[in-house]
Design a protein. Structure first.
Length: 140
C-alpha cells in the first residue's frame, strides 16, 4: 500500500494547499487505514508505475488521487468513468480544492449538499456531489 500512499501524498501536496503539515501527517495515517477498507481501481503506466488510484465503496467514490506528473492526462477521468460503470454516483470534495471541484463539474457531478467540517471534525468544508442518473435525478 505504500506506493499508493506516496501517490496520495504527492497529489495532496499539489492540490490541497490549504492543509498544514500537521494535517497532512494526520490524514496520511487515515489513508493508510482507509486503503484497506475500499475497493481499489489503480491506473499504471506500461512500466507498472502508478499514475493514480481510486477507492470506491457501494455507490460512492471514496477517494481519487492522481500523481501530479499525470495531471490533465485523462487518468482521473478514466478512473471516474470506471467508477460510474460500477454505479458509483456520489463523491465528497474539499470546498477549498478548486481543481477537484472543476474536475467533477466537468464530469457532470452536481452539488447536492455541504458540510461545514470534514468527517474528522477538521475545519475543511466538504461539498457533497452526485452525478444525475439518466432520468436527471441526483441521488444523495
Amino acid at each position: 500500500m505504500e506506493p499508493l500512499v506516496k501517490v496520495w501524498e504527492a497529489s495532496v501536496r499539489a492540490t490541497h494547499t490549504f492543509l498544514v503539515e500537521e494535517d497532512i501527517e494526520f490524514y496520511k495515517g487515515i489513508v493508510r487505514k482507509s486503503l484497506k477498507e475500499v475497493s481499489l481501481l489503480i491506473s499504471k503506466n506500461k512500466h507498472g508505475v502508478i499514475k493514480g488510484f481510486m477507492g470506491i465503496s457501494p455507490g460512492e467514490i471514496e477517494m481519487l488521487f492522481v500523481h501530479p506528473d499525470w495531471f490533465r492526462k485523462g487518468v482521473g477521468r478514466g478512473l471516474v468513468l470506471q467508477a460510474i460503470e460500477l454505479h458509483c454516483r456520489k463523491v465528497d470534495v474539499n470546498e477549498q480544492n478548486l481543481a477537484a471541484r472543476a474536475f467533477y463539474s466537468a464530469m457532470c457531478f452536481e452539488q447536492v449538499g455541504r458540510s461545514e467540517i470534514d468527517g474528522y471534525g477538521k475545519p475543511y468544508p466538504l461539498l457533497h456531489l452526485a452525478k444525475p442518473d439518466k432520468t436527471g435525478t441526483s441521488s444523495r
